[in-house]
Design a protein around this ligand. Structure first.
Ligand code: C2O
Ligand code: CU
Ligand code: CU
Length: 503
């Protein structure tokens, strides 16, 4: 029996929440052992109707982290991770983990060139954590690696300077060894926007972050632990939230052009977003603006952790829906959820907006990284085997699971490399690299290669099952950097490695 048949035989349908969560930590280095599959093993959530979330409130602005610096070109703040409760559903308090009591955490907005100092307090009882500044060019020892935990009750200062050219849409989230997935789905994630000193996008378009998270609530309003199916496929909950709200409403006058920053901050949900009939122009990727706008798009696909900047033209009065379409990314076992969802309503009113200024034809230039002097190949595989304790599943890169004490690759700062990421597995795996932005060169499937249509800075890219992706990579700072699948359950189960960048 091959792996897929084995799963389809129904094993994966068993939900083993409590024990599986404990298992995941014990076995995070070696994949997971599935214990005897008697239904009694599973702590099922208490029966009862699932809570419904109120919809239709006006889209809220993300709360902001206040800058306490007294001088210019500095951002100084404090941020605390601690348990909190939030009222997602009417009359039900949901215990969460939160930055400064909020989920998503406060929006951090700085300007390129700023010196950033954030004093972080870990007030999560009995849990270590870190803050990882996803996608940002920060020194390795400030990047919240799992090797640098902030112990429960401890404080630490994160400091870094954001260089010229680093403007973009980033985010921050925990990265502790073995607990990242759980800390994120319990609420710890926030947007981090680096503004350019001079923005080529007309101010009349606004600048609206849409921070997408994923939520599952049990009937008692609590957030249930990961099940076996979640561990295997990555956790896909029951609700897509935008800025922490279910299906909020944005009201705009006809003729508006809006700039949106889209963040996929879910553990494992692939978003395939469209605004109905409204035309979408792509202007930016993970690491900031493109060189030129890409017009005429209908769908923006964002794998977990990816971001995009877009302009949407709302010319026709009426009601539009921001919707994410259902797409299968290689679900293992039965029970694949229908991931289509209406995410936000846009009410375009009949009163005319001021005619907006046009979008410039050139947004910026993106550096040519030159010819690579090193080539590497990373292979994603999934393994499944029967062991003493039951079934063992592994999520591997180049045949091995993550080991914090092992260096997998050694690179030289300032040198351009070509990374080939081959997905030999049955599920899509979004590849992410810390410490730098890379440039996609081409993708290949069944021997057919296609060139990247435009130059872009990325730190996360989906590698579909059966696909090979080639990237130009240059790390400019020395230190240890992680690379991993950004389905956080897969990262946790071993699909991660370490590159040591030497000066
Ligand atoms: Cu967004 Cu290593 O993570
Ligand atoms: Cu990262
Ligand atoms: Cu994965």
């Amino acid at each position: 029996m091959n792996r897929r048949e084995f799963l389809l035989s129904g094993v994966a349908a068993l939900v083993i929440s409590g024990p599986a969560a404990a298992q995941m930590q014990d076995h995070s280095k070696h994949g997971m052992d599935m214990p005897g599959m008697s239904p009694g093993d599973g702590k099922m959530a208490a029966p009862g109707p699932l809570p419904t979330l109120p919809e239709g409130a006006p889209l809220r602005d993300l709360p902001r982290l206040a800058n306490r610096a007294s001088g210019p070109e500095r951002f100084e703040a404090e941020l605390t991770a601690r348990p909190a409760t939030v009222r997602f559903a009417e009359g039900i308090e949901t215990p969460i983990l939160a930055y400064d009591g909020e989920t998503p955490g406060p929006l951090i907005e700085v300007t390129e060139g700023d010196k950033v100092a954030i004093r972080f307090a870990n007030r999560l009882p009995g849990e270590e954590t870190t803050i990882h500044w996803h996608g940002m060019p920060v020194p390795a020892d400030q990047d919240g690696n799992p090797m640098d935990p902030v112990l429960s009750g401890a404080d630490r200062l994160y400091t870094f300077e954001l260089p010229e050219g680093s403007a973009g849409s980033y985010w921050y989230h925990p990265h502790p060894h073995g607990r990242t997935a759980e800390q994120v789905y319990r609420g710890l994630a926030g947007a981090f926007i680096v503004k350019p000193r001079q923005d080529p996008i007309p101010a009349a378009y606004g600048d609206t972050p849409l921070f997408f998270t994923d939520l599952r609530l049990a009937s008692d309003g609590s957030i249930p632990a990961n099940s076996m199916a979640d561990l295997m496929n990555g956790r896909v909950g029951d609700h897509v939230l935008v800025n922490g709200q279910k299906k909020p409403v944005l009201t705009l006058p006809a003729g508006s052009r809006r700039r949106f920053r889209l963040f996929n901050a879910s553990n494992a949900r692939f978003l395939h977003l469209n605004f109905g009939e409204a035309p979408v122009t792509l202007i930016g990727s993970d690491g900031g603006l493109l060189e030129a706008p890409v017009t005429g798009l209908r769908t923006i696909a964002l794998a977990p952790a990816e971001r995009a900047e877009i302009i949407v033209a709302f010319d026709v009065p009426g009601r539009l829906m921001l919707r994410t379409e259902d797409v299968d990314h290689g679900w293992m076992g039965p029970g694949r959820p229908d991931t289509a969802a209406d995410v936000m309503t846009i009410d375009v009113t009949a009163d005319k907006a001021e005619p907006p200024p046009p979008l410039p034809a050139k947004l910026r230039s993106i550096a040519d990284l030159g010819q690579p002097v090193v080539r590497r190949r990373l292979e994603f595989t999934e393994t499944m085997s029967m062991g003493e304790g039951g079934m063992k599943m592994g999520f591997l890169i180049n045949g091995v699971a993550f080991d914090m004490n092992r260096v997998d690759l050694v690179a030289k700062a300032g040198q351009t490399e070509l990374w080939e990421i081959a997905n030999l597995a049955d599920m899509d795996h979004p590849f992410h690299l810390h410490g730098t932005q890379f440039q996609p060169v081409e993708t290949e499937r069944d021997g057919r290669a296609s060139k990247a249509p435009y130059r872009a800075w990325k730190d996360t890219i989906n590698v579909a099952r059966g696909q090979t992706v080639r990237l130009l990579v240059r790390q400019d700072h020395p230190g240890l950097r992680m690379y991993h699948c950004h389905i956080l359950e897969h990262e946790q189960l071993g699909m991660m490695g370490v590159v040591e960048v030497r000066a």
